[in-house]
Ligand binder design. Structure first.
Ligand SMILES: Cc1cc2nc3c(=O)[nH]c(=O)nc-3n(C[C@H](O)[C@H](O)[C@H](O)COP(=O)(O)OP(=O)(O)OC[C@H]3O[C@@H](n4cnc5c(N)ncnc54)[C@H](O)[C@@H]3O)c2cc1C
Length: 487
């Protein structure tokens, strides 16, 4: 509810009214939102970003920290975006990427026969190596009995410190970032129906009201465009916009069929799938775990190795510890319609235990090192909701929201796509809005949106010794009980 003058009455409280016009309001402070903010700045648009949690603390800081260019899904657009846009951007901002010399895929021969032609056709670099090229711990596991039925490839993927990426992208942007909750949108019938690819667009969002977390004060933004970069919170955000009274009124005023419009919007949102990914984190001195990343197809495991503990300052003296981020494939994967904005999910104990059992079969040295009473090996497990588009992995979405003439949805599905989405979103905008100066210093910008803590290093996450891990996940096989191919 709004009053004229300097104050706003919301929820029975009197709040100071601060109205700021911007070219673009970005909603969501993960990698997608921050790449958009950076790109809009470069193009001279005035832009503000609002986020309801610390920067990065959705999927972005839950991730493996891999610039996934799609070796196991073969998506040449990802490889092209990596080479042409993301690696140069990483160099320019000083992002310390690493790991490309120690990345392997171990695949059954039958699958290799499909992967190799795909890699060749799409320009993925790879070299077939013998099993002896894998770190020695893998050669002591079951793989040694499978030399005839598997093939090993050295590939060219890159890992990155995820918190460092968020810190670098948000550097110097404090005054353009709001930390708060959207309390209302205001919509009006469109004056111009100009975006050419959708003739049925009828509504403009002209006002967004945000309550700041730190002060409780409200800021009102009047953006020309809104870009949602809300990750797993996207559906809830769009449905809350759809439910605004002014939205329904604007529709009715423009003579549109509200029921049909809602249905079209739900069909659009239906493309957004939310899946769950588990992450088994293992931290150990280098040597016990090699700084090598491996996809083990037959064990349904993705292992991404990191050499810096805080995912921020990569220094040589941190290289004495390695953390493995191990994701087991879930054979019963189900999609969810909704998930928390910050992507945090419940852990499935059976899936985790099965993943650890598979890992121990492929890399038995881990158990030996972890069991010792003075062992320095530590474990933690978490799960995160991951947004995808349709049934395929790595597909980005950047398109106008059904029924609106100034709202654009961006969903990257993997981090690399944040850059391509930013380019595409700006090209949608540029047909209608010329860039202003990148000026507005928001009255309450910099009001507390800090770079988030990497999920596994937050206070709520407990790192366990081996015995504690066994207690927490009773399905982990005791020594000798794991089924072995050698037997
Ligand atoms: C466990 C896991 C591992 C992954 N591993 C990889 C990997 O190794 N490589 C890779 O490329 N990709 C990986 N992904 C996917 C990748 O992390 C995501 O594609 C990417 O981080 C999405 O970025 P985003 O900015 O769109 O969303 P997010 O990082 O989820 O950010 C969205 C932000 O929007 C905010 N928000 C939501 N709703 C609102 C609202 N209403 N108002 C204000 N703010 C809002 C949230 O708080 C959040 O901060 C992984 C994902 C998961 C879950």
């Amino acid at each position: 509810m709004r009053e004229e003058g300097d104050y706003l009455i919301y929820d029975g409280r009197q709040c100071k009214l601060n109205t700021v016009p911007v070219d673009v309001l970005i909603i969501g402070g993960g990698v997608q939102g921050l790449v958009l903010l950076d790109e809009l700045k470069r193009q001279g648009y005035s832009a503000a970003l609002t986020t309801n949690s610390c920067l990065g603390s959705g999927q972005t800081l839950h991730s493996h920290g891999l610039l996934n260019s799609g070796y196991w899904i073969i998506r040449p657009e990802l490889r092209k975006t990596l080479k042409e846009i993301v690696l140069p951007a990483a160099e320019e901002m000083g992002l310390q990427i690493y790991g490309e010399d120690q990345w392997f895929i171990v695949a059954p021969s039958s699958l290799s026969e499909k992967l190799c032609p795909g890699w060749k056709a799409c320009g993925y670099e790879y070299e077939e190596v013998n099993i002896g090229s894998l770190p020695s711990g893998f050669q002591e596991g079951e793989l040694r009995y499978r030399a005839d039925s598997i093939r090993v490839f050295q590939i060219n993927e890159y890992n990155y410190p995820k918190r460092q990426l968020i810190r670098l992208l948000s550097k110097g942007m404090d005054e353009h970032i709001l930390y708060g909750d959207i309390v209302s949108f205001h919509c009006a019938p469109s004056e111009q129906n100009t975006l050419p690819e959708n003739r049925e667009r009828t509504i403009t969002v002209d006002t967004v009201e945000i309550r700041l977390h730190d002060t409780g004060e409200n800021v009102i933004l009047t953006p020309k465009f809104i870009i949602t970069a809300a990750g797993t919170g996207t559906k809830r955000l769009i449905r809350s916009l759809q439910a605004e009274t002014s939205c329904i009124e604007s529709l009715t005023a423009s003579g549109a069929d509200a029921g049909a419009w809602k249905q079209r919007m739900e069909e659009q949102l239906g493309k957004v799938k939310i899946n769950k990914l588990h992450m088994i984190c293992i931290k150990a001195p280098l040597g016990i775990l090699p700084a090598a990343s491996v996809v083990l197809f037959e064990y349904g495991l993705l292992i991404v190795a990191h050499v810096n503990q805080d995912h921020d300052d990569v220094q040589h003296d941190d290289r004495d510890y390695v953390t493995w981020y191990v994701t087991p494939v879930d054979p019963d994967q189900t999609s969810y319609d909704d998930a928390p904005d910050q992507a945090h999910a419940e852990v499935n104990k059976e899936l985790t235990a099965a993943g650890i059992n598979n890992l121990l079969r492929a890399y038995p040295a881990l158990r030996q090192a972890a069991e010792k009473s003075d062992s320095l090996v530590r474990f933690t497990v978490f799960a995160g909701y991951k947004q995808d588009i349709g049934d395929q992995m790595g597909v980005p979405l950047c398109e106008s929201l059904e029924g609106f003439d100034n709202v654009i949805l961006t969903l990257p599905s993997v981090s690399i796509n944040a850059w391509i989405n930013a380019k595409n979103a700006i090209s949608l905008i540029s047909t209608r809005a010329k860039a202003n100066e990148f000026t507005p210093i928001l009255p309450f910008g910099g009001s507390g949106a800090k770079v988030g803590v990497v999920n596994e290093l937050s206070d709520t996450v407990e790192w366990m010794r081996w015995k504690e891990l066994l207690q927490a996940f009773p399905g982990i096989a005791q020594q000798g009980a794991a089924r072995s191919l050698a037997e």
